[in-house]
Design a binder for this molecule. Structure first.
Ligand SMILES: Cc1cc2nc3c(=O)[nH]c(=O)nc-3n(C[C@H](O)[C@H](O)[C@H](O)COP(=O)(O)O)c2cc1C
Length: 394
């Protein structure tokens, strides 16, 4: 189903961050790389992707996280930092870079259950996960319990899903108008029967990603999520991901992180927070405010290293922004991975991807214009190198 992402207004997330910590931090790649062989048959083994990148450190103890371990159902994760699903963004190269930088779980773009159960080529293409060194969550959207269950089974058996996530939070006009995504908050019984059907259909952890309610309830009443979450837990889901903006807010205003703590008090399953985490200090702040896991979304565009920074801050107490030459290396790798995947069509996608990486460089707007007009892949890369050559402290 084609998505109307224009209806998602997309401000950069930037609530006032706590004071940045001192510069420091080693970099390196995670080791347990997935292979196509590993994918066969899907299924989750408790230890898949479990190697902790760093020993537990003082920062983790200070944050009150010591000794907890990072489990979603039977799936052990290496850290609490997850790559959020983003349609049109979290394709395979994007997920690979995030996973290499330490994302403990990466999500597919949302995939139509109806398309996947019929093995639609477009849907299947979204589910590549070979070579990514972290477990893989397949996010499904749909409104028919049977179709969602069949698609979930296909995701497990044929596409190497380690976890199935159900999209009950997308506010895009086309999605909501057809009764999908966050529209299901208007029919909690149907939403629950979808969750029940999928939990029964697979032997993987099943999670739900949603918003608190359609709109802020009048008269100080509690948003729907407070009555829905315990029912979802009883239905057998393994974690709840909440983007605490109401459906009618779209992406406006701020995500209300104050919902996490009281929600945590009424469910035992892990709570995954999403919304407005734009820096490593804010990722830790969300953990302190009650989330068990933190999803990093828009802020990772052109900053896959945000996972590494969050890990460094959590385990070592400090982190370091990569210098321009390292950022350029990331951008080049991203561009080449995309080109390797889709060939010449990468030129068009790179018109949005490269600007993520160069947006803070001098004369970014004029470099962006040149990249957008360029029809040749290698020339786009040359323009990008030129942009980075003008970066201070190169
Ligand atoms: C371009 C774009 C596409 C998105 N696609 C999805 C999606 O497919 N499924 C989903 O559950 N959320 C989707 N989201 C929402 C994000 O997962 C996340 O909850 C939201 O952006 C708030 O987090 P952030 O402030 O860290 O970006 C999308 C967001 C953006 C900006």
């Amino acid at each position: 189903m084609p998505l109307d992402l224009k209806s998602i207004s997309d401000p950069s997330p930037s609530p006032p961050p706590p004071a940045p910590p001192e510069a420091d931090g080693g970099r390196g790649r995670a080791e347990n790389v997935r292979t196509s062989g590993e994918k066969e048959g899907g299924g989750s083994s408790p230890d898949k992707g479990a190697a902790a990148p760093f020993p537990e450190g003082e920062a983790e103890k200070d944050a009150g996280l010591s000794g907890r371990g990072y489990f979603i159902g039977s799936l052990k994760l290496s850290s609490p930092f997850l790559l959020a699903p983003m349609a049109g963004v979290t394709n395979w190269p994007y997920r690979l870079l995030a996973a290499e930088e330490g994302a403990a779980l990466t999500y597919s773009e949302m995939v139509s259950a109806a398309a996947l159960e019929h093995r639609g080529k477009g849907a299947v293409r979204l589910l590549k996960s070979e070579g990514t060194p972290s477990p893989f969550a397949v996010q499904l959207f749909g409104k028919d319990p049977g179709s969602m269950a069949r698609a979930a089974r296909a995701a497990q058996r044929e596409h190497g899903a380690d976890l199935i996530d159900l999209n009950f939070g997308c506010p895009a006009r086309k999605v909501v108008k057809s009764g999908h995504g966050a529209a299901l908050l208007k029919d909690p019984d149907l939403l629950l029967s979808i969750a029940e059907a999928v939990v029964k259909a697979v032997d993987l952890p099943v999670t739900v990603k949603t918003r608190p309610d359609v709109a802020a309830p009048a008269g100080g009443r509690e948003p729907l999520i407070f009555s829905l979450a315990p029912k979802l837990e009883a239905a057998g889901i393994s974690a709840l991901a909440l983007h605490p903006r109401f459906l009618d807010q779209g992406f406006k205003g701020w995500a209300d992180w104050s919902m996490f703590r009281p929600l945590k008090e009424i469910i035992k399953i892990p709570l995954i927070g999403s919304g407005d985490v734009s820096s490593a200090p804010l990722a830790l702040e969300m953990l302190k405010l009650g989330a068990d896991f933190v999803m990093l979304g828009r802020a990772t565009r052109g900053r896959p290293w945000l996972f590494r920074e969050s890990l460094d801050l959590l385990y070592k107490g400090s982190f370091r922004e990569p210098p321009p030459r390292e950022r350029l290396a990331f951008a080049l790798r991203h561009a080449r991975l995309l080109h390797g995947e889709i060939g010449r069509r990468a030129v068009y996608l790179l018109r949005s991807v490269i600007p993520w990486y160069i947006k803070e460089l001098p004369r970014a707007a004029s470099f962006r214009d040149r990249i957008c007009r360029e029809e040749d892949f290698e020339k786009q890369l040359e323009i990008m190198k030129e942009a980075f050559a003008g970066a201070p402290e190169n």
